[in-house]
Design a protein around this ligand. Structure first.
Ligand SMILES: NC(=O)c1ccc[n+]([C@@H]2O[C@H](COP(=O)([O-])OP(=O)(O)OC[C@H]3O[C@@H](n4cnc5c(N)ncnc54)[C@H](OP(=O)(O)O)[C@@H]3O)[C@@H](O)[C@H]2O)c1
Length: 422
């Protein structure tokens, strides 16, 4: 099957859900049908037709958007979609529950793929089951193309590329600071959290994946010097002020380490990467770090107890399909700073990147990150040594994604720390 035989450049699979709808809206706003052959997919024809009515009503350019119907539990339907598409862009989650047959179909058909998963246990499964087959078939399977883990992974790539060009050496240490953000959480995201904790409670391999900082590295390379995520308030070794654990560190740190491993360790085997929430100086900074760490610890503890987890999922979390409105998704913001420290022959250096957007990080901003990841793959607008494999945003797409996101209002800036050159 050559690319020329395929009908669609991109199928947004799960387009009737919260994140899928925003991604389809974004792509039909940003691209005309002559520029992108787009289809929307899901399991419910009626809901998909209603979505297409809405998309075409809101757009001058799109009179129609093709619909593909299938079911995440019906491999034949997924095979047909994968074979007729250049890139399947999927928001059908929890991925642990629904994702594997689609990855398998894309790998078999040599079809590129991107998703929004933060379920590291599931990524580990696809790495172990499909990486070699994806290399052979030429399917680029790029996980975590949303708020997890594009800012952290592409932010680190910006820092390391700048360090290599400017200083001729990589940063041995990268710190990712989740400096600020405001946004919402959908029922689908909370259901995915639920699946992750369920897996951690019942599956020893999932527990090992969450324990080992290198669990997403290629098999045989799952150890190293990096101690893994911060669990308590701590003074920052690079900046001095207080920091708390970041809720996204378990995903983002492992994705960044996988990028380094896949790319052949350009940042060194001793490379260390950590993500934290900075909380400021003095007593106030320490107290805030304590509150953030305590809140995260309490949530983790509650989700780790079976009956409490079931009660939260049943009575407290919104249902899958519930989430922010279009207006809410276009509000909010996030800002991430990535600091890298390295040593060149002239001495030590520090590089700094900023990555952010003025939209809800998990929805308005994520729709753009995922949509542009799909467009990069569909157009071959990637800077990657790989034609196939289970990849990360940095290793499978690279800096062209930052360029595209800048064009749609993201900050993705890098320079020597403190030199104003960003
Ligand atoms: N990384 C990030 O920043 C980020 C941000 C947002 C979301 N996410 C992740 O994205 C995923 C989706 O979140 P969401 O809030 O959009 O969830 P959602 O609103 O529940 O949407 C889920 C979608 O999956 C579809 N679906 C469910 N079962 C299916 C099946 N058997 N076959 C085909 N389609 C099926 C649903 O179809 P129906 O409409 O027919 O029910 C819906 O379109 C979650 O895993 C979430 O964690 C990640």
């Amino acid at each position: 099957m050559t690319d020329a035989d395929r009908t669609h450049d991109v199928v947004v699979w799960g387009a009737t859900g919260v994140a899928g709808r925003f991604t389809a809206e974004y792509l039909t706003e940003r691209y005309a049908p002559e520029e992108l052959s787009l289809a929307v997919g899901g399991r419910n024809r009626g809901k998909l037709d209603a979505l297409v009515d809405d998309l075409t009503r809101r757009s001058d350019a799109w009179d129609d958007v093709p619909v593909v119907v299938g079911d995440a539990t019906d491999p034949e339907s997924l095979r047909a979609i994968a074979e007729d598409t250049r890139v399947v862009c999927t928001t059908v989650g929890p991925y642990t529950a629904y994702g594997t047959p689609l990855v398998e179909a894309c790998v078999d058909a040599g079809t590129d793929y991107c998703d929004l998963t933060g379920e590291v246990n599931w990524v580990r499964e696809t790495v172990d089951r499909f990486h070699e087959a994806a290399v052979d078939s030429g399917a680029r399977i790029v996980h975590s193309c949303g708020f997890d883990s594009v800012p952290a992974d592409i932010g680190t790539l910006l820092v390391q590329s700048f360090a290599a060009e400017t200083f001729g050496a990589p940063c041995e240490t990268v710190r990712i600071y989740l400096e600020g953000g405001s946004g919402s959480v959908s029922g689908g995201t909370l259901a995915s959290f639920g699946e992750l904790f369920e897996a951690a409670a019942t599956d020893p391999l999932a527990r090992e994946t969450l324990r080992n900082p290198y669990s997403l590295a290629p098999a045989g390379e799952r150890s190293g010097v990096d101690p893994g995520q911060q669990r308590r308030p701590r003074r920052d070794p690079l900046r001095g002020a207080w920091t708390a654990p970041s809720p996204m560190a378990p995903v983002n740190e492992r994705v960044v380490r996988r990028s380094n491993a896949l790319l052949g360790y350009p940042w060194g085997r001793e490379f260390r990467c950590s993500e934290v929430v900075p909380t400021g100086e003095g007593l106030r900074g320490a107290a805030t770090a304590g509150v953030v760490a305590g809140g995260l610890g309490a949530f983790t503890a509650a989700m780790s107890v079976g009956p409490l987890r079931s009660a939260l999922r049943r009575y407290v979390f919104p249902d899958p399909g519930e989430g922010p409105t279009r207006e809410e998704a276009e509000e909010g913001y996030f800002q991430i700073r990535v600091l890298g420290r390295g040593t060149a022959t002239e001495g030590p250096f520090t590089v700094e990147a900023e990555f952010g957007a003025d939209r809800d990080p998990g929805y308005g901003a994520t729709a753009r990150m995922l949509g542009e990841s799909a467009v990069c793959l569909a157009r071959g607008d990637v800077d990657s040594p790989f034609d196939g494999g289970v990849l990360t945003p940095a290793s499978g797409i690279g800096l062209p994604l930052a360029d595209r996101l800048r064009e749609v209002g993201f900050t993705a800036a890098v320079g020597e720390a403190g030199d104003g050159g960003r």
